[in-house]
Structure formats: structure tokens, C-alpha cells
Write a protein that binds this ligand. Structure first.
Ligand code: MGD
Ligand code: MGD
Ligand code: SF4
Ligand code: MO
Length: 580
């Protein structure tokens, strides 16, 4: 017998999954195309947390719920409880816990560890973050892959990119870069300048779509002035791009249907929103919005067109996910997240968790955070509970019905129902919430998508205050002459953030005189760690790469958030390396 669900993981692809005799297979719909990635192909190999525990001792789920209830009841005031929720499971029902915590009076978390800076830039320029679908991407002739590693993080998009002219802009020679028609191995953090330079020469070379800008993006003269503040030769030398490279990109995109696929790599910086806006500005000049086979695709807003049924407005100001101070609270409830590895500034996070007298971890796997938690509550996996999901990579709305009965864990709804009951907070039935979410779906021939999304985003223009595209009008970015190497922390094919098989090495090219297998001490102003070296000629001389999810990687990063979007800024810290 075959049943259909969807992968719950935080991933562009949001695959539709057939469960056949207990085995997981990719559905043959247009997005999933019959294959899954290693995470789901080996899903059962990963050891789960099977029992709750309190202060190191195994307990029953009933006892765990009782302790949780008691701890909530004993707080000096409910706002002394911090609810820190990550994206370990992308199901829409995961937010049901926010409903309990907000109504209870707890403090919620906001901001992002992920795409918040880029999204803030998109919203400033375009008004809303609307997703350009894979179907539209397939209609393009030229694709610029800008700070995104498609083969690793978004492999179901590859079939949509067949036979296109591919341009890659990345400090790492990714697999896509190897196969690309043109590759710029840019210096990290150089993208804002490159986008301004492309815009300037697009204007000089008469490539502006006059009809489009007149109607939808009229302030381009001011944007041109901004691009003129950049000293051409000095800046191009600085970011390791030649005037010929700029000319080549413009030549490749001229009069062709062009899509820009921007990834989180461009915006892991404090000025990340400006980078996104400058790239959008370049696209606006070329008139790429609202046209067949054209546009800029970043991580779309997965909730576009879906209203939440939960009441999640808390009375207290939320705390940013990127620099939350757990030590300020009497209790922390951590759900679907591993902040002790994934938040920046691990030493600070560790100290702040140590100060918190009651850390609760609600998740599937043991990790750095579960190790220090006072109360550990196992969750049910996506196969063991009812949910539904949307995606930041395509328009699908995918049901995730319960498929497996299991004694292990509790669902987010189950846990919230217990707490709502204990504290007299209204909660509707699980089915009514699921039906609420389903009501935003629209059936197509072989799948269900979120209803009402524009097939061609921004074809009706931009919903900003001025009803047009707002160009970047100033930026703050000093030329980075600081000493040390750039630290790139990118996604690994083996893990999904810190879930599954985690990487353990530091990758660097041979120019550093460090051999394969040697132990290397890596330090920043923030902290240090020791890892074994892997020599990797895909990297520039000035970069070192440690995959996201590697133990200790965020000892090197700091807690300063992006200027816009309350995002963690993982690539601001220069590092040093030495053999040890
Ligand atoms: N296998 C796998 N898939 C995943 C994930 C995972 O952990 N594993 N995580 C999921 C999540 S949460 C997310 S947010 C997405 C993210 O998916 P992507 O957007 O692809 O994210 P990254 O791998 O972090 O970075 C992408 C690229 O940016 C480049 N880069 C780094 N710094 C710069 C820079 O300054 N300029 C430019 N131009 N490029 C730069 C890196 O070298 C890398 O090739 O992937 C999702 N998919
Ligand atoms: N240095 C550096 N750090 C980074 C990044 C980077 O590029 N560089 N990337 C950042 C990005 S893009 C992101 S999105 C964040 C991700 O960071 P987190 O959101 O912390 O993600 P994970 O590390 O995967 O932790 C997810 C946890 O969710 C739990 N989980 C899985 N399914 C369920 C479920 O159904 N219910 C419950 N209750 N729990 C579940 C698992 O036990 C797992 O430990 O990390 C960020 N950290
Ligand atoms: S992690 Fe991504 S690619 Fe892998 S099965 Fe899930 S949605 Fe598909
Ligand atoms: Mo992410």
C-alpha cells in the first residue's frame, strides 16, 4: 500500500513522499520528480531520542508533561519563559506551540538565523517577498546563480535549469560553477559592489528597459548616482572581478530572458539586505520583474497567501533568534532547534544557557542543546503526526498525514493541547486547524498549490508605499582590509543544518602549506576550535570553509545582527589558522 506525505525538512525542495511498505520514495510530481535526497533515503538510520528525561533521569511522557506544567506554573511571571522555536520541521502545525506560549504570556522569538537580511531587502524594494516558481525559472534562457549551491541545497531545481546559459558568482568553485558557461570566483562580501557595478554599466550600455522603469521603477537616476560613488578600478581589484567580467555578464544577459537565483550566501553579513536590494535594483533596470521566464528568486515567503489560525501575538516584545540571551529568563523552551550549535557565538550561548535554571529541549535527536537541557521531551517524527506544509522553493501545499503509529514522543499539537488545558487557554481541534490550512490549497492536475499566488510575481507592479520599486539609496560598507582569512560556513550534502551526518573538517586550499589530515587551530576574536584539515582546491587563497553543522563552528562567529531583518550574520568574522 502506498500513502503520500511530504518531507518535513527545512529545504527549498519540499518533496512529496510516497511511503510504500515502510520505504520512502519520491513522488513523480513536477517538483519531486521521483527522487529524494540522502537525508530521507537514510531517514531511519538516525538514532532518535526515545524517552523523556529530567535532570539526566529517564521519565515517562506523563511525568514530563507534569513537570513542564509545574515549571510553567511556578514562574514569577509568564514572560520569564522564552519560547525559542527553530525550523527543524517545516510543517505549518509546528506553530501551534506559539499559540499556547503567546496566550500564556511567554516571550516568543523572532528574526532569523537564515534568510532574514535578504528578505528585509526584498520587502524594502519590492513591498512583498513573492516567490518566482520553478515553472517560470524553466522558461528563462540565462540563469545567474548568485551565492547558492544548487547541487547540494536545492537539487530538485536542477532539471528546471537544463540547457540554459549558466553564470555562477561564488567564492567557491561549486559543482554548478564547474559546469557553468561563466564563473566569477568573487571575494566574499564583494557582491554589493558587483551588483552596483553591473547596474552602472547596464545603464552606460543602454540596457535599461525604459518602458518598465518608467512605469514601475522610475527613480533609476538616483540609483545611477549611487552606483557612481563606487570607484571602478579600486573596487573591482578589491573584489577580484575585472571590467571584462562585468562586460561578459552583461553581454550574456542582454536581451535574454534572465533569472537570478540568489542564495543565503550573499546575505550572511550585517549589510545583507543592501546586497539583496542592489541585486534587485540591477534586475529592475533590466526589467526582469513580472515577465515570463524572468525574475529574481531568493527564499520565497513560504506563508505567502496562507493565514495562520493561531493567535500568536504575545504581550511582551519578542527576542531575536540570532542573539537571544537565555540567561535573562527563568525558563527556556527550545523547539525544533539546536541553538548551542547553530546560533552564532557559541561561547555566549553556552554561558547564557548555563544561567537559565530550566532549559527544556523538544526535538528528535540528541545534540549540543539536548545535552545541557534540564528537561528533554522527544517529538514525534513527521511520519508519526498530522501536519501540512508549504515551501520557500515552490508553490506546493502538501498534506502530511500521520502514517506510522509510534509509542515514541509527543506531537506539537499534543503538547500544546496538554498545556492549554492546564492553563485554561482555548484551542480548537487538530482537524479544524488542518482543514483551515487545507482551505488555502488549489488543486491542479497532479498536485495542490497555494491558491491565489501570481503566476508571474509583480506583473501587477510593486506594493510599496510609492507603488513602485524602491532602489537602494545608500549603503554602509567599508572596504574590508582587515587581516585574516574569510570564514565561509555553507550547507553540507550530508547534513540538514545540524541534523543527520555532520561534517568534522576544515577545508582550505594548498596555498596555506597545510597538508590533508593535519590538525589546525582556527581562531577569531570570538573563540577558537581545532579541526582536521582537508585540502580543497575549489577555494580561494583568502577563504577557509567549515560546513554549517560542524561541531564548534559557531565558536568563531559573533552575535551582531544584520542592520535590517534581525538576522544572524555568520560571515563577518575574519579568522586565523595555525598548525597544532
Ligand atoms: N543538503 C542540505 N540542503 C539544505 C540545507 C542543509 O543544511 N543541507 N539547509 C537548508 C537551509 S536551512 C537553507 S537556508 C538553504 C540554503 O541554501 P544555499 O542558499 O545554497 O546556502 P549555503 O550553502 O549556505 O550557501 C550558498 C553559497 O553561497 C556561497 N557564498 C558564501 N559567501 C558568499 C559571498 O560572500 N558571496 C557569494 N556570491 N557567495 C557566497 C557559498 O560558497 C555557497 O556556495 O539550504 C537548505 N537545504
Ligand atoms: N555558521 C553557520 N551557522 C548557521 C548557518 C550557516 O550557514 N552558518 N545556517 C543557519 C540557517 S540557514 C538555519 S535555517 C539555522 C538552522 O538551525 P536550527 O533551526 O537550530 O536547525 P537544526 O540544527 O537542524 O536543528 C533542528 C532540530 O529540530 C529538531 N526537530 C526535527 N524535527 C522536529 C519535529 O518534528 N519537532 C520538533 N519539536 N523538533 C524537531 C531536531 O531534533 C533538530 O535538532 O542554522 C543557522 N546556523
Ligand atoms: S531534504 Fe529537501 S531534497 Fe531532501 S527529501 Fe527533503 S525536501 Fe527533498
Ligand atoms: Mo536556513
Amino acid at each position: 500500500m502506498s500513502q503520500t506525505t511530504a518531507c518535513s525538512l527545512d529545504c527549498y525542495d519540499a518533496c512529496s513522499v510516497e511511503v510504500v511498505d515502510g520505504k520512502l520514495k519520491g513522488s513523480k510530481d513536477i517538483y519531486t520528480q521521483g527522487f529524494l535526497c540522502p537525508h530521507l533515503n537514510h531517514y531511519d538510520n538516525h538514532k532518535r531520542i526515545t524517552s523523556p528525561r529530567f535532570e539526566g533521569k529517564e521519565i515517562s511522557m506523563d511525568e514530563a508533561m507534569q513537570i513542564l506544567e509545574e515549571k510553567c506554573g511556578k514562574l514569577s511571571t509568564p514572560s520569564q519563559l522564552l519560547h525559542y522555536r527553530g525550523q527543524g520541521n517545516f510543517g505549518l502545525m509546528q506553530e501551534v506551540t506559539d499559540h499556547f506560549f503567546a496566550n500564556f504570556g511567554a516571550t516568543l522569538s523572532d528574526g532569523s538565523l537564515c534568510d532574514g537580511a535578504g528578505e528585509a531587502g526584498i520587502i524594502e524594494g519590492r513591498g512583498h517577498n513573492k516567490l518566482l516558481s520553478p515553472e517560470q525559472i524553466a522558461k528563462s534562457e540565462v540563469v545567474i546563480v548568485w551565492g547558492r549551491n544548487i547541487h547540494t541545497t536545492n537539487s530538485h531545481l536542477l532539471p528546471f535549469l537544463k540547457d540554459k546559459t549558466i553564470i555562477v558568482i561564488d567564492p567557491v568553485k561549486t559543482k554548478m560553477a564547474e559546469e557553468a558557461d561563466f564563473f566569477i570566483q568573487i571575494k566574499p562580501k564583494g557582491d554589493l559592489y558587483l551588483a552596483l557595478m553591473l547596474s552602472r554599466f547596464a545603464i552606460i550600455n543602454d540596457m535599461v528597459d525604459e518602458a518598465f522603469v518608467e512605469e514601475h521603477a522610475s527613480e533609476h537616476d538616483d540609483f545611477y548616482e549611487l552606483t557612481q560613488t563606487v570607484r571602478i578600478k579600486a573596487i573591482l581589484d578589491h573584489i577580484d572581478v575585472s571590467l571584462g567580467d562585468v562586460g561578459k555578464i552583461l553581454e550574456l544577459v542582454k536581451d535574454r530572458r534572465t533569472v537570478i537565483l540568489a542564495g543565503v550566501g550573499i546575505q550572511k553579513y550585517r549589510h545583507g539586505s543592501d546586497v539583496m536590494r542592489a541585486i534587485d535594483g540591477f534586475a529592475a533596470l533590466l526589467g526582469l520583474f513580472g515577465k515570463e521566464g524572468c525574475g529574481v528568486n531568493f527564499l520565497g515567503s513560504s506563508k505567502e497567501g496562507i493565514e495562520t489560525p493561531f493567535s500568536t501575538k504575545a504581550k511582551t516584545k519578542p527576542v531575536a533568534k540570532g542573539n537571544a540571551d537565555f540567561g535573562r529568563f527563568e525558563m527556556a523552551f527550545i523547539q525544533g532547534s539546536n541553538p548551542l550549535n547553530q546560533m552564532p557565538d557559541t561561547n555566549r550561548v553556552k554561558a547564557s544557557l548555563e544561567k537559565n535554571p530550566c532549559v527544556v529541549y523538544f526535538g528528535l535527536y540528541e545534540n549540543e542543546t539536548s545535552e545541557v537541557a534540564d528537561l528533554v521531551i522527544p517529538a514525534k517524527s513527521f511520519l508519526e503526526k498530522n501536519d501540512i506544509r508549504s515551501s520557500y522553493g515552490h508553490a506546493g501545499l502538501l498534506d502530511m498525514p500521520k502514517i506510522v503509529d509510534s509509542e515514541i514522543g509527543i506531537s506539537e499539537y499534543g503538547l500544546s493541547a496538554h498545556l492549554c488545558n492546564a492553563f485554561d487557554i482555548d484551542l480548537d481541534s487538530e482537524l479544524s486547524y488542518l482543514e483551515h490550512f487545507q482551505s488555502f490549497g488549489e488543486s491542479r492536475e497532479n498536485d495542490v498549490v497555494v491558491a491565489g499566488r501570481e503566476e508571474l510575481p509583480y506583473s501587477e507592479g510593486f506594493e510599496t508605499d510609492e507603488d513602485e520599486f524602491i532602489y537602494l539609496d545608500e549603503y554602509e560598507l567599508a572596504v574590508d582590509d582587515g587581516e585574516g582569512l574569510f570564514l565561509l560556513t555553507v550547507k553540507s550534502a550530508k547534513s540538514l543544518n545540524s541534523q543527520f551526518k555532520r561534517e568534522e573538517k576544515v577545508y582550505l586550499n594548498s596555498s596555506h602549506g597545510i597538508d590533508e589530515g593535519e590538525r589546525v587551530r582556527i581562531s577569531s576574536e570570538n573563540g577558537e576550535l581545532v579541526l582536521v584539515a582537508a585540502v580543497d582546491e575549489r577555494l580561494r587563497d583568502d577563504c577557509v570553509l567549515i560546513y554549517s553543522g560542524t561541531k564548534g563552528v559557531n565558536l568563531l562567529t559573533d552575535s551582531r545582527l544584520s542592520y535590517e531583518g534581525k538576522n544572524a550574520a555568520y560571515q563577518e568574522n575574519k579568522i586565523r589558522i595555525e598548525k597544532c
